[in-house]
Design a protein around this ligand. Structure first.
Ligand code: ADP
Ligand code: MG
Length: 351
């Protein structure tokens, strides 16, 4: 059965039938707007992300269920990066008329599974026909006490720079997908990232974090945002970057040079250290979509943060420190200065 046979309102009814009630939702899907009742004493954090076929996903790489999970996960990650708890979300979809009904059923099952896991309720959205590919827009709402919300702008010289989990996996997974690989750890990290909700909330509620961001565009790019908004710089030690064994094994076997679009400035920016095999740090610094949390803490909070992250079962690494001078300096494992071939992802950047 195609969507065209079900129609817009048939599809909305089908979505609605699978959404569980929640005490904070006075009016959910079905009216002109949803009515939500806020938790007393908390502010609402609201964030939105679009996923476009051909830009953010390729339907030949991922099944609808996994795409549904990721479409919500990337938004929950932004909520977590503010230290907030996900509560509600809206879903906008534009679908070509010939999309099979199983696509939307799989997509919604994945999305609602992830929603239930993280305590978010679908409260509305918009549905249109697309003359191009599939477009997805999710708006997520979270809550936190105002004094606990963590921004990008509070980093201070001397703070330690920390990151959860490992970095570079999702970017290596994307390279594998383009090489025809369809499963394994790295591909799963690309297609089905884990939003670090428990860690974000725990860090915020402990009051130990001065600035936080989720790593969607690469460690360098995202640390750059913290530095700019905090009016500081940073120094990173590459030897301390958390790299998974899967990532290192991938790099070990990958000696193809970087494509021009993988280098800052395209053509002319060759450094001689061009492949992940020759330089595993480049992709780990610039590769996006790991959705780990990158955050800053006062130097005397390191042990407390390690204990907090251990409690939510997530490794955390100190990778450098905040400096008063602007700019990000990188130190190679031998201590020499390191220049990356590429900074990170920018939608309007050079191809
Ligand atoms: P309107 O035309 O007044 O904007 P719609 O017909 O677009 O209303 O939507 C009807 C109801 O269904 C609204 O409550 C809306 O929030 C909800 N809705 C529409 N599309 C979706 C979707 N993709 N996911 C969840 N809820 C949706
Ligand atoms: Mg509408």
């Amino acid at each position: 059965m195609k969507l065209a046979e079900l129609g817009e309102f048939g599809l909305i009814d089908r979505i609605k039938a699978n959404v569980a009630a929640s005490p904070s939702v006075l009016l959910g899907i079905g009216d002109d707007a949803a009515a939500l009742s806020p938790t007393p004493g908390q502010v609402t954090l609201i964030t939105s992300d679009m996923l476009l076929e051909g830009v953010h996903f390729d339907l030949s790489f991922c099944d609808p269920h996994t795409l549904g999970r990721k479409s919500l996960s990337v938004n929950l990650s932004d909520v977590a990066a503010m230290g907030a708890r996900p509560r509600h979300f809206l879903l906008g979809v534009a679908l070509p008329k010939d999309v099979p009904l199983e696509f939307m059923d799989g997509f919604m099952a994945g999305m609602l599974e992830q929603a239930q896991r993280y305590g978010a309720t679908l409260v509305g959205g918009d549905t249109c026909a697309s003359k191009g590919g599939v477009a997805i827009s999710v708006t997520a709402l979270g809550e936190q006490r105002p004094e606990l919300v963590v921004t990008r702008s509070g980093a201070r010289p001397g703070d330690l720079v920390c990151v959860t989990g490992t970095v570079g996996d999702a970017a290596a997974g994307l390279k594998q997908l383009f090489q025809g690989v369809r499963d394994g750890f790295l591909v799963a990290r690309q297609l089905d990232p884990t939003p670090r909700v428990e860690a974000g909330v725990a860090l915020a509620e402990a009051g130990v974090v001065t600035a936080m961001i989720d790593v969607s565009d690469g460690v360098l790019q995202d640390l750059g945002h913290i530095c700019e908004m905090s009016g500081v710089g940073a120094r990173l030690e590459l030897a301390r970057l958390p790299l998974s064994e899967h990532y290192l094994a991938y790099c070990e076997g990958s000696h193809a040079p970087l494509a021009p679009w993988e280098r800052d400035g395209g053509e002319g920016a060759a450094t001689g250290k061009e492949s992940p095999g020759d330089d595993p740090f480049a992709l780990a610094l610039s590769g996006g979509e790991d959705y780990e949390l990158l955050f800053c803490i006062p130097a005397d909070k390191e042990a407390e943060v390690a204990a907090l992250c251990a409690k939510v079962d997530l490794p955390v690494s100190v990778i450098g420190a905040i400096t008063a001078e602007s700019g990000i300096q990188l130190a190679a494992p031998d201590g020499s200065p390191y220049t990356p071939p590429r900074r990170g992802f920018d939608h309007f950047g050079a191809d």
